[in-house]
Design a protein around this ligand. Structure first.
Ligand code: ATP
Ligand code: AMO
Length: 463
C-alpha cells in the first residue's frame, strides 16, 4: 500500500505498509504511536495491546524501542482518527496488528530530520519563544545527503527536476529534434578559456567536456537538422558562488536556422512556457511542499516571452543609476538589478536579453551582419539570474578560424571541428541550459547545491 493513497475511503481496509519510522511516541506500556513515512507522505500507526487484536505488550515495547528512520513493515487496519491529525500528511490512522523491523537505523543519526525539514520562520518563532532548535547547515546536509534527501522539500525538489528534464525532451521531440549523446572525454576545451578538468586518455592529454558545443554543431553539419542532448557538463572554474557547480546537467539544443536566429528564441519561448505551465498545473503538491520550508513567490512570466536588446538593458540600468561598461559583461549584481527593473516595468521574472557585444561571447558566435561589434546571441534570465546562453553560430570555416585565433585559441586543437564547416554546413544556432539553475530559480532557492543531488563544487568530491 502507498501511504499517499490512504484516505477516508480506505477506512476498514487491511493494509500492509513498508515505511521509515519518522517518529515514535510511547503513551503507556500498552499503547504507542509510530509515524511511518514514504517519500512525501506520512501516516500515524497506533499500537494498542489487546488480546482480541492479537497485539501483545511485548509488541508495543518492541515498537517503542525502534530507532527513528528504521525500515519496518506494518500490517493493520485503516481507521478514522477522532481528531484531525496535525503531524501527518494523511488523515487516517492504522490500527496495527503486526510490526516487523526490516532494517534498523543507528540510534543517533548525524542529522535530526525534523530539524532539517524546518523553515527559517519556524526557527525564528522557536527562538523568540526561548526554545533551542538546531539549524542544519548546508555542509552537514551534504555530508549526510542520504538522510537530508528525506526531507519533504528535498523529495519535492528532485521530482521537480525530473519533470523539467522530461518536459525538455518531450517538447523538443514534438518539434522534430533528435536526442543525441556526444563524448565527454575530449581532446581540448570547447568553450575557450582554461576552466577544464585535465586528464590522461591512454597517455594522451585530454579533458572533460565543458559543453557539447562543438559536437552538437557537428551533428548539424552531419545533416541532423535539429538535435538536443541531456548530459553532464564539467567546469573546472574555481567559482565558490551560490550558482556555480563544477559538474552540472546541461540541457542543450542546436538547430538549423531558416531566416533568423529568433527561430531559436521562439523554441525557447515555447519550451519554457510549457515547462512553467506543466510545473504549475501538475506539480502543485511538490511546489507547496517546497514552499512550506522555503517560501517563494510564484514565477511570473508572459505568454509570449519578453525580448530586450542588450543595449536596452544597459540603458535601463543607466537610467536607474548603475554605471555599466556598454561593451562589457554584466556582473551578477547588475544582472539581478536588471531583473528587478524588468519585473517592475514589464511584470515578468523571465526574459531574453539579445544582441550581446562580440567581446563577451565565445569564439563560435555569429557577429551581427549590420554591426560586427555585436553578435546574434542571447542570454535568458529567471529572477535576474542567467539560466541559458545561446546564439547563431558561425558556419563558414574561414571566419570561424579567424574568430578562434582572435580569441586566443590554437586552431590546430579544433581543426576537425573547423573542417566540418568546409563540407557544406547550414546556418544554425542553439542554446545551453543549466538544469540545476532552472529548478533553483523557478523555486527561488538561494543555493544551487540545493538542486544538485550530489553537488560537485571546488570543495566537494564526496559523497
Ligand atoms: P556563462 O558561463 O554563460 O557566462 P555563468 O552564469 O556561469 O554563465 P559567468 O560568466 O561564469 O556566468 O559569470 C557571470 C558573472 O558571475 C560574472 O560576471 C561574475 O560577476 C560572477 N561570477 C562568476 N564566477 C564568480 C566567482 N568565482 N565569484 C564571484 N562571482 C563570480
Ligand atoms: P554557458 O557556458 O553559458 O554556455 O552555459 C550554459 C548554461 O549552463 C549553466 N551553467 C552552469 N550551471 C552550474 N554551474 C556552472 N558552473 C555553470 N556554468 C554554466 C547556466 C548557463 O546559462 N555552449 C554554450 C551554450 C550554447 O551557446 O549553446 C554554453 O556552454 O545556466
Amino acid at each position: 500500500t502507498k501511504i499517499g493513497d490512504l484516505d477516508a475511503a480506505a477506512a476498514g481496509r487491511s493494509v500492509l505498509i513498508r515505511g521509515a519510522t519518522q517518529a515514535i511516541r510511547p503513551v503507556s506500556k500498552k499503547m504507542a504511536f509510530v509515524v511511518l513515512r514514504q517519500s512525501m507522505s506520512t501516516v500515524q500507526c497506533v499500537l494498542v495491546a489487546s488480546a482480541d487484536a492479537g497485539v501483545s505488550t511485548q509488541m508495543v515495547r518492541f515498537a517503542t524501542a525502534l530507532s527513528k528512520e528504521s525500515i519496518v513493515d506494518v500490517e493493520g487496519v485503516v481507521s478514522l482518527p477522532k481528531e484531525p491529525l496535525k503531524a501527518t500528511t494523511q488523515q487516517v490512522e492504522i490500527q496495527v496488528r503486526k510490526i516487523y523491523c526490516i532494517n534498523r537505523a543507528i540510534p543517533t543519526l548525524p542529522i535530526n530530520l525534523e530539524d532539517a525539514a524546518r523553515s527559517e520562520a519556524e526557527f525564528e518563532k522557536a527562538e523568540q519563544a526561548g526554545e533551542k532548535l538546531v539549524r542544519v547547515g548546508q555542509d552537514t546536509r551534504l555530508n549526510y545527503r542520504a538522510i537530508d534527501l528525506r526531507t519533504p522539500a528535498n523529495q519535492a525538489i528532485f521530482r521537480i527536476q525530473c519533470q523539467v528534464e522530461n518536459k525538455f525532451r518531450e517538447f523538443l521531440l514534438s518539434k522534430d529534434f533528435v536526442g543525441i549523446h556526444t563524448p565527454k572525454l575530449i581532446s581540448g576545451s570547447s568553450e575557450g578559456g582554461a576552466a577544464v578538468f585535465k586528464l590522461l586518455y591512454n597517455g594522451q592529454p585530454a579533458c572533460l567536456a565543458q559543453s557539447p558545443q562543438l559536437y552538437k554543431q557537428m551533428a548539424i553539419c552531419g545533416g541532423y537538422e535539429r538535435v538536443f542532448e541531456v548530459g553532464p557538463v564539467f567546469r573546472a572554474e574555481n567559482s565558490n558562488t551560490h550558482r556555480h557547480l563544477c559538474e552540472f546537467v546541461g540541457l542543450d539544443a542546436e538547430m538549423e536556422i531558416k531566416e533568423h536566429y529568433f527561430e531559436v528564441c521562439d523554441i525557447i519561448d515555447g519550451l519554457f512556457v510549457s515547462i512553467f505551465k506543466h510545473l504549475t498545473e501538475n506539480c502543485k503538491k511538490e511546489l507547496e511542499t517546497i514552499n512550506r520550508q522555503y517560501p517563494f513567490e510564484p514565477l511570473q512570466y508572459l505568454e509570449k516571452t519578453l525580448k530586450l536588446t542588450y543595449e536596452e538593458g544597459i540603458q535601463m540600468l543607466k537610467e536607474a543609476g548603475t554605471e555599466i561598461e556598454p561593451m562589457g559583461d554584466l556582473n551578477t549584481e547588475a544582472e539581478k538589478k536588471l531583473g528587478r527593473l524588468v519585473k517592475e516595468k514589464y511584470g515578468t521574472d523571465f526574459f531574453i536579453l539579445y544582441r550581446y557585444p562580440l567581446a563577451v561571447r565565445p569564439f563560435y558566435t555569429m557577429p551581427c551582419y549590420d554591426n560586427p561589434a555585436y553578435t546574434n546571441s542571447f542570454d535568458v534570465f529567471i529572477r535576474g539570474e542567467e539560466i541559458i546562453s545561446g546564439a547563431q553560430r558561425i558556419h563558414t570555416p574561414e571566419l570561424l578560424a579567424k574568430r578562434a585565433t582572435e580569441c586566443g585559441i590554437d586552431v590546430s586543437t579544433i581543426s576537425a571541428y573547423i573542417e566540418s564547416f568546409s563540407y557544406g554546413a547550414p546556418p544554425h544556432g542553439g542554446f545551453g541550459v543549466g538544469l540545476e539553475r532552472v529548478v533553483m530559480l523557478f523555486c527561488a532557492l538561494n543555493n544551487i547545491r540545493k538542486t544538485s543531488m550530489f553537488p560537485r563544487d571546488p570543495q566537494r568530491l564526496v559523497p
